[in-house]
Design a protein around this ligand. Structure first.
Ligand code: RIB
Length: 357
């Protein structure tokens, strides 16, 4: 294995000081052009490779950004990562990605390991049942800056970038109500996650505004994935009266609803309208194409990375909560209810008069 080239060797070859070589390599000061050219020539001729490890030890900080995401199999998160990476690359930061699979223990382990790499900053999308707020608070005085994305960990009040979750659910639910649906059901994400709580709030707000009440069983908590959405939909579609519309608080759960409806021979949208949240690419190609709430994962990531870089550059303002817009995308999985859809179905009968909000 070849012996690493040192800055001293470059300085001797270029006939400049070691300080000048360091300034050229690290961009820490302006160097006269003719000296800079001699240093660059010497680096190329000697085949010098700067050591990130050595640089990190000297500065007690590397040019890395640590990023923690909860579920790499959900296509929403790679879009967020892409937004982060594009911003980071332009500023010569490199991203280390950790996927927690929504396991809080794995999240804690990754968090502690990332800290040991002396990152310039951290981007965190908390896992379900996350307790990372405790660790994040420990960084408040001495650690790298942190920006949370998509959901704020309970008990943490630092920088966060989210979308207008409440407004998105409100728009989806109001759209269904205005089409005439009254037996609406909702499948939420895990209700200890802020974004899941906000989406349920928007759903309830639209119902309250329309003075529509639903059975408590029409609110099903799931886990933001296709399987839990499928099982929640099977429960809902076996109720009587069967819901004529299901709002799933993310597209993976909406996919599960489509699968359950197909399995129970419930036609969409004729007998069941389905609305999702995220507007993932596949939603244009489901049968029928999914009506959903658009949120830009890419913009969430890019906005969070820009805020983090500002913090790394020394921004001292109070913590920020940046809220990105949503947009209802109406496609073919939703239509006005037909009379028979409300009456059909099997299983337990409810008397709507006893319904609660
Ligand atoms: O974590 C699951 C969900 O939260 C994603 O589908 C997206 O909606 C995000 O906000």
């Amino acid at each position: 294995m070849s012996v690493p080239v040192t800055m001293r060797q470059i300085a001797e070859r270029a006939e400049v000081s070691i300080g000048t070589v360091s300034h050229v390599i690290n961009g820490t000061a302006k160097v006269r052009e003719k000296l800079r050219i001699r240093v660059v020539e010497a680096i190329r001729n000697l085949g010098y490779q700067p050591s990130q490890l050595a640089r990190g030890l000297r500065r007690n900080q590397t040019s890395m950004l640590g990023m923690i995401i909860p579920d790499v199999t959900n296509p929403f998160f790679p879009a967020v990562v892409r937004g982060v990476e594009d911003v980071a690359y332009k500023r010569s930061f490199r991203v280390i990605l950790c996927n927690t699979d929504n396991d809080p223990h794995k999240e804690t382990s990754y968090f502690n390991e990332l800290r040991s790499y002396r990152p310039a900053g951290l981007l965190v999308i908390p896992a379900a049942e996350s307790h990372i707020a405790v660790q994040l608070r420990s960084l408040a005085t001495s650690g790298p800056p942190v920006v949370c994305i998509d959901r704020r960990p309970t008990g943490w009040d630092g920088d966060v970038v989210v979308v207008a979750n409440d407004a998105g659910s409100y728009a989806a639910t109001r759209y269904l109500l205005r089409m005439g649906h009254r037996n609406l059901a909702v499948i939420t994400g895990p209700l200890h996650l802020a974004n899941a709580v906000e989406r349920l709030k928007g759903f309830r707000r639209a119902l309250d505004e329309a003075r529509v009440s639903i059975e408590p069983e029409y609110i099903q908590e799931a886990r933001f994935d296709r399987t839990s959405g499928y099982h929640a939909a099977l429960r809902l579609l076996r109720m009587l009266p069967r819901p004529t519309a299901i709002f799933a608080c993310n597209d993976l759960m909406a996919l599960g609803v489509l699968l359950a409806a197909r399995e129970l021979n419930v036609s969409c949208p004729e007998e069941l309208s389905i609305v999702g949240f995220d507007n993932l690419d596949f939603t244009e190609f489901t049968a029928p194409a999914l009506t959903t709430v658009h949120q830009s994962g890419y913009q969430l990531g890019a906005t969070a990375a820009r805020l983090l870089v500002e913090r790394i550059d020394g921004l001292k303002e109070r913590p920020k909560k940046l809220v990105l817009p949503i947009e209802l995308k109406i496609r073919h999985s939703s239509s006005p209810p037909v009379a028979r859809a409300a009456a059909n179905g099997r299983g337990k009968r409810y008397s709507p008069s006893t319904s609660v909000r």
